[in-house]
Write a protein of this length. Structure first.
Length: 717
């Protein structure tokens, strides 16, 4: 029967699974699901598990154990990898007979064995199918086999998983808090451009017309002014007396001819504002042909030119009517013939063209140049910056009398022409560095606040972080300066912020902490774990043996990647915490028997070379004399094994030879049951060995003498 479970990746972007309580009965039915089978807390990137086979199969808080009865067939647990990385886990399989377990990747067996206990890891890619298999092949009634899997872990992709963010990545499995959410308009040409915004929210409003109600071309539907507003600037009616041919938008000041304005005319109208040419003048003195002495006859002035024959300067502009008519060819009836705001006489005195409102053709009226902008009406580029005065005023809003309006070291023409920068802002892009310094000191783009597009504006790179504003990877660690500053809080000027020997990028991509040289706080720095000890820098106890990796290396000298460092069949943590043995030495007490054999087979003390204190080491007892290392008198004969071997030279496995005494028949204390003489024989003779009682030991007593040699004589004279 098939069962499907779902799990989720944990929020720390590194998946360490906890197996919830579940069982599958002998028919393949799930029982006691404990909240839904194998459920793992977390978010994003669900991992689907498919289990098939018969059980029972148990899942506890931290491990998955599969115990199969005889001939239980094959149980599989499958999952498809979503994100690439390193898959790792610890396993222990106690097999009976032909039972086996294995792990496959995409149908290819990676490992398969009988009894085993170790840690395992392999590289996986998205889409890889990982399968655990346990097969029971033995006869009915055989001892069950058990597989225990713990610390099952693999990394997942990290990044922004919020779909509305500017840096949303649909392939990310774990959100790492790096999302950049829309926060304003980021387009420089928009009216509502926000220099502090990092992610465009679609609110940009672009110039689309004139928004000033006072302008002639006001557009009530426009949202953002495009600088096209045209304001009333004079009379545009050519029939008016004050018609201004340069005016674009009528200001309502037109004065139309409404009568004779000459006070000496016969038909003078004091209410008239604009002469309509109807004045009827009569010479006052018929005997004088040029009454006002302006070299024009009164008759011509009256009938031909309409000037005042009684005034040499009819319009009071400082020029005689003759000068205007025959010299400058200006209007003797209008003091400002060109309507530029300056009287003809004043213009003529300055050398200006009285008949042109723009003598230098720079786009500004002569009157505005003198009275408003203080420019030179005879020089179209008053400040000699390469821009015409009119262009500076009307298009660029720069000063026509200052070559460098914003004082940034570049002329207005350079900014407008060569650099396309803002001539009114010393810092065109608002990045905190003036344009001149960007060009000459830092080689940055004065129109781009973040020249290298690393997420940190040029000014912050130069003045705050000391990074290179034209290199997104200032320290060469493969993390952009912006990622280091904004996402990981690492030092963008140090490729290894925490000094653990790993580049910051290596740590980030491996889901380690680039700010902590010992990410899992196990006492080993991350570099040593990866490249020296082959342990996992995200797991304090890589091999799951109950000892932290740091303690294994620095305290006990054991391997942090092997649960049984000395191959003595005792887990390192059990050796240290339970038996007080050395996890790096298979024979802690150096008695010739490894610790596991002492514990599992002989039940002897692996820390005591002579467990039963009989004078023989446990190894000699086990492998030389075949005695029992936990029993001082293996044969129960009454003499401990050490005495039998080293002093009595008897067999420690034969109880009868343990009895010793006097074995000489002539002795007073002869013991017929003794197997070996212990030197305790006594005799009635005054001198032991003097069997002929002559108080001498000679050849006659040789046989007896040899038997009692060395025993002192008593009672002899």
């Amino acid at each position: 029967m098939e069962r499907i479970y779902r799990t989720c990746i944990t929020a720390i972007c590194f998946c360490v699974f906890s197996f919830a309580q579940a069982q599958i009965d002998g028919c393949g039915n799930q029982i006691n699901p404990g909240g839904g089978g194998m459920n793992f807390t977390g978010y994003y990137a669900p991992v689907q598990w498919t289990a098939t086979g018969t059980g029972p199969f148990n899942f506890t808080a931290t491990t998955m154990s599969i115990t199969g009865p005889a001939n239980f067939g094959t149980f599989t647990l499958k999952t498809t990898i979503i994100d690439g990385g390193v898959l790792s886990f610890n396993f222990s399989f106690v097999a009976n007979g032909n039972d086996i377990w294995g792990i496959q990747k995409n149908g290819v067996t990676l490992i398969s064995s009988g009894s085993a206990s170790s840690a395992y890891s392999t590289n996986v890619s998205p889409g890889d199918q990982i399968t655990f298999l346990v097969t029971g092949n033995d006869f009915i009634g055989a001892t069950p086999s058990t597989l225990v899997i713990s610390n099952f872990a693999f990394p997942v992709n990290h990044g922004c998983h919020i779909s509305g963010a500017c840096n949303y990545d649909p392939f990310v499995s774990c959100d790492d808090g790096s999302c950049i959410l829309p926060d304003g308009c980021t387009i420089l040409s928009a009216c509502n451009y926000n220099p502090s915004a990092t992610c465009n929210d679609g609110s940009c409003v672009f110039p689309d017309g004139c928004t000033d109600p006072g302008a002639c071309n006001y557009n009530p539907s426009a949202n953002c002014d495009n600088g096209s507003c045209v304001y009333p600037d004079g009379c545009t009616d050519s029939a008016a007396c004050n018609y201004d041919p340069s005016a674009i938008c009528d200001d309502g000041s037109c004065t139309l001819p409404d009568g004779c304005t000459n006070p000496i005319a016969c038909n003078y109208n004091p209410d008239a504002l604009c002469d309509n040419g109807t004045c009827m003048l009569v010479p006052q003195n018929p005997d004088i042909t040029d009454t006002d002495g302006d070299f024009i006859t009164d008759q011509d002035e009256f009938y031909l030119y309409g000037t005042n024959p009684l005034s040499p300067d009819t319009d009071f502009d400082g020029l005689t009517d003759f000068e205007e008519l025959f010299g400058l060819v200006s209007n003797p009836l209008n003091p400002d013939s060109d309507y530029d705001g300056l009287d003809d006489g004043f213009e003529n005195g300055l050398g200006l063209n009285v008949n042109s409102f723009d003598s230098d053709y720079d786009g500004l009226h002569d009157g505005d140049e003198i009275l408003v902008y203080s420019t030179n009406p005879l020089n179209l580029d008053s400040d000699l910056d390469g821009l015409w005065d009119g262009d500076e005023v009307m298009f660029y809003n720069t000063s026509p009398i200052n070559q460098d309006t914003d004082g940034d070291g570049f002329s207005d023409q350079q900014e407008v022409g060569s650099f396309q920068s803002d001539p009114n802002l010393a810092d065109s892009d608002g990045d905190g560095i003036e344009d001149y310094e960007e060009f000459f000191l830092y080689s940055t783009d004065m129109n781009q606040p973040d020249t290298d597009q690393d997420g940190v504006i040029d000014g912050d790179e130069v003045y705050i972080y000391g990074t290179n504003p034209v290199d997104p990877f200032s320290d060469g660690d493969n993390l952009t300066d912006g990622e280091e500053v904004n996402n990981y809080s690492t030092n963008p000027m140090m490729d290894d912020t925490d000094g653990d020997g790993l580049l910051d990028s290596e740590e980030v991509y491996a889901f380690l902490n680039p700010l902590d040289p010992d990410t899992d706080a196990d006492g080993l720095n991350d570099f040593l774990e990866l490249y020296v000890y082959n342990s996992y820098p995200l797991i304090a106890d890589s091999d799951g043996d109950g000892l932290t990796d740091g303690d294994e290396v620095n305290v006990y000298g054991s391997s942090p990647s092997m649960p049984d460092s000395d191959y003595d069949t005792l887990i390192d943590g059990v050796e240290v915490l339970t038996y007080n043995t050395d996890p790096a030495d298979p024979d802690t007490d150096n008695d010739g028997v490894d610790d596991g054999t002492e514990f599992w087979f002989y039940s002897s003390d692996p820390t005591q070379p002579d467990t039963d204190y009989d004078g023989l080491s446990d190894g000699d007892e086990a492998y030389v004399y075949f005695t029992i290392p936990t029993l001082p008198d293996s044969d129960g004969g009454g003499v401990n094994d050490g005495d039998e071997v080293m002093f009595n030279f008897t067999d420690p496995l034969f109880a009868d030879d343990d009895l010793m005494g006097c074995t000489y028949p002539d002795a007073v204390n002869y013991d017929s049951t003794a197997w070996k003489d212990d030197g305790s024989c006594t005799f009635d003779a005054i001198c032991q060995g003097d069997f002929n009682l002559d108080c001498q030991r000679n050849t006659q007593d040789l046989l007896q003498f040899l038997g009692t040699f060395g025993v002192p004589c008593e009672g002899c004279e």
